[in-house]
Write a protein that binds this ligand. Structure first.
Ligand SMILES: Cc1cc2nc3c(=O)[nH]c(=O)nc-3n(C[C@H](O)[C@H](O)[C@H](O)COP(=O)(O)OP(=O)(O)OC[C@H]3O[C@@H](n4cnc5c(N)ncnc54)[C@H](O)[C@@H]3O)c2cc1C
Length: 400
C-alpha cells in the first residue's frame, strides 16, 4: 500500500507547501468547510476575487498541473495532483468555480478538441478569465444520461439547439459550457449524440437559477430555443459525443477523490465536541456521544485508507476503478454523518439555521449541503451498482 510519500512526492509536497505558505491563508477551524458542496461566494465581488486568485495560481503554474506543459500545465502525474489537492485543502482559497473547467472540460478539449479550439479556449480557462459549465443533465436524463433529448440540428454553418438542460452548476456566471446534444434521433441512444461548445450568452438561451434547500442558487435550468451555435464548435466527430462524454466522466472520477482527507475535515467536529456539554457535563464524557464520535472517526479513517488504495493503484500505473466509487459513496455518507453529529452536539441550538446563530447555522448548512454529495457525480445507488457488479460480481443491470 502506498501510505507514505516517495522521496519525489515528498520533495514535490515541500515545494507546493512553500509556495502556498507564502501566498495563501491557512484554513482555520472556523473556515474549514464541512462539505465540498457548501455554499460559496458567487456574487460579482466573490467571482472577481476567485478570478484574481486563479490568475495568480496559474501564473505560478500551480493550476491544472496534469495538463501538458504546452497548454500551461506541468505534465504532472495523478499522484502529484493528489499531493497538490491534499495541500490545497489546508488553505482558504476560492477554487470551486473553476473545477468543472480545469478538472473535467479542459482535459476533454485536450483529448478531443481541434488545434483551434485548444488555442481559443484553454489559455483563458487556465487564467480564470473564462468560466465553464457542464451542460449534460436533463429533466429525463440524469443517471441514464444517454437518454438525453435536447436537439442539435445542423443548419448550414450552424447547429440549432432546442430543449432543456437542468442542474447546470454555475451556468448563471459561466462564459461557456460543454454540452451533449442529440444529433441523430434515429441512431441507438448512445450513438446519436454530439458534443458542442456553447457560449452561454448565445441568443435563444435562457438561464433560470434554481433555489436550493439551503437558500443558495448554485445551479440552473438552461432552456434552448433555436439557439444557433457555429458548427466549428463541434468537439470530436458528429454522433461521437458519447466518447467525448466518457473522457469527461473519467476525469470527473479521477478528480473526485483526489486529495480529499476526511481526517482534516473531522477537526471542526472534534473541536466542537471538546467545547460542548451534555446534561451539564462535558459532552465527551457521555458514552453515547463518545460512540458516535468514534463511529465518525472510524469512517474518516476508512475513507483515508481507501484514498491510499487509489494512490496505490495510480502508483502501480493502474487506472483506479471501483475504489473511486467506494470513495465517492463514503465521502457522501461521512459528510452527512459528521454534520448530524455536530448538530446533535449543539443540543437545542442545533435547530438554528443561517444567521440565527453563527456556529449552529454552519452545521445546519453543512447537513443541507451534504445531501448534494449523494446525487452529483453519480448517485449513491449508481455507485452501489458499480460496486455490486465490479467488486461483488453480482449480475449486471440490463442495459436498455
Ligand atoms: C450538486 C449537484 C451539482 C450538479 N451539477 C451538474 C452540472 O453541472 N451539470 C449537469 O449536467 N448535471 C449536474 N448535476 C446533475 C447530476 O448529474 C444528476 O442529478 C445525477 O446524474 C442524477 O440524475 P437525476 O437527478 O436525473 O436523478 P435520476 O437519474 O432520475 O435518479 C433518481 C433516483 O433513482 C435512482 N436510480 C436511477 N437509476 C438507477 C439505477 N440504474 N439503479 C438504481 N437506482 C437508480 C437514483 O439513484 C436516484 O435516487 C448536479 C447534481 C448535483 C446534486
Amino acid at each position: 500500500m502506498h501510505f507514505e510519500d516517495s522521496p519525489q512526492e515528498a520533495a514535490f509536497r515541500a515545494e507546493v507547501r512553500a509556495w502556498f505558505e507564502a501566498n495563501a491563508e491557512r484554513t482555520t477551524e472556523a473556515s474549514q468547510s464541512l462539505s465540498v458542496m457548501e455554499a460559496f461566494d458567487d456574487t460579482p465581488e466573490g467571482l472577481a476575487r476567485a478570478k484574481e486568485w486563479q490568475r495568480k495560481l496559474s501564473e505560478a503554474r500551480w493550476s491544472a498541473i496534469t495538463w501538458p506543459a504546452e497548454y500551461g500545465g506541468r505534465g504532472a502525474g495523478p499522484l502529484e495532483s493528489i499531493v497538490l489537492g491534499e495541500e490545497l485543502g489546508r488553505y482558504d482559497v476560492p477554487v470551486q468555480i473553476f473545477t468543472i473547467g480545469l478538472g473535467m472540460i479542459g482535459p476533454t478539449l485536450i483529448a478531443h478538441g481541434t488545434p483551434e479550439q485548444k488555442q481559443r479556449y484553454l489559455p483563458a480557462m487556465l487564467r480564470g478569465d473564462e468560466i465553464w459549465c457542464q451542460l449534460w443533465s436533463e429533466p429525463d436524463a440524469g443517471s441514464d444520461l444517454a437518454s438525453l433529448k435536447t436537439r442539435a440540428d445542423r443548419d448550414g454553418d450552424h447547429f440549432v439547439l432546442n430543449g432543456q438542460k437542468v442542474w447546470t452548476s454555475g451556468a448563471h456566471y459561466c462564459d461557456f459550457g460543454l454540452g451533449v446534444f442529440r444529433t441523430d434521433p434515429n441512431e441507438p441512444k448512445h450513438a446519436g449524440i454530439s458534443a458542442l461548445v456553447v457560449a452561454m450568452d448565445t441568443p435563444g438561451i435562457t438561464i433560470r437559477p434554481l433555489r436550493q434547500l439551503n437558500g443558495a442558487s448554485h445551479f440552473n435550468e438552461v432552456f434552448f430555443d433555436d439557439a444557433r451555435v457555429p458548427a466549428e464548435n463541434l468537439v470530436g466527430d458528429i454522433n461521437d459525443g458519447w466518447r467525448v462524454a466518457r473522457t469527461t466522466m473519467m476525469n470527473e472520477r479521477l478528480s473526485a477523490g483526489a486529495g480529499v482527507s476526511l481526517g482534516e475535515a473531522m477537526a471542526p467536529m472534534l473541536a466542537l465536541a471538546r467545547r460542548a456539554t451534555s446534561n451539564g457535563s462535558a459532552a465527551t464524557a457521555d458514552p453515547r456521544i463518545r460512540q458516535r464520535l468514534a463511529h465518525a472517526y472510524t469512517s474518516s479513517k476508512l475513507f483515508d485508507l481507501t484514498t491510499a488504495r487509489v494512490r496505490t493503484a495510480i502508483a502501480n500505473n493502474a487506472i483506479p476503478g471501483p475504489e473511486v466509487s467506494v470513495l465517492k459513496l463514503f465521502a457522501a455518507l461521512a459528510g452527512t454523518e459528521m454534520a448530524e453529529v455536530g448538530i446533535d452536539l449543539l443540543g437545542p441550538a442545533g435547530m438554528l439555521a443561517g444567521d440565527d446563530g453563527v456556529e449552529a447555522g454552519r452545521w445546519v448548512e453543512g447537513l443541507l449541503a451534504s445531501f448534494a454529495m449523494h446525487i452529483g457525480g453519480g448517485t449513491d445507488e449508481i455507485q452501489r451498482n458499480i460496486i455490486g457488479e465490479t467488486v461483488l460480481g453480482l449480475p449486471r443491470e440490463p442495459r436498455v
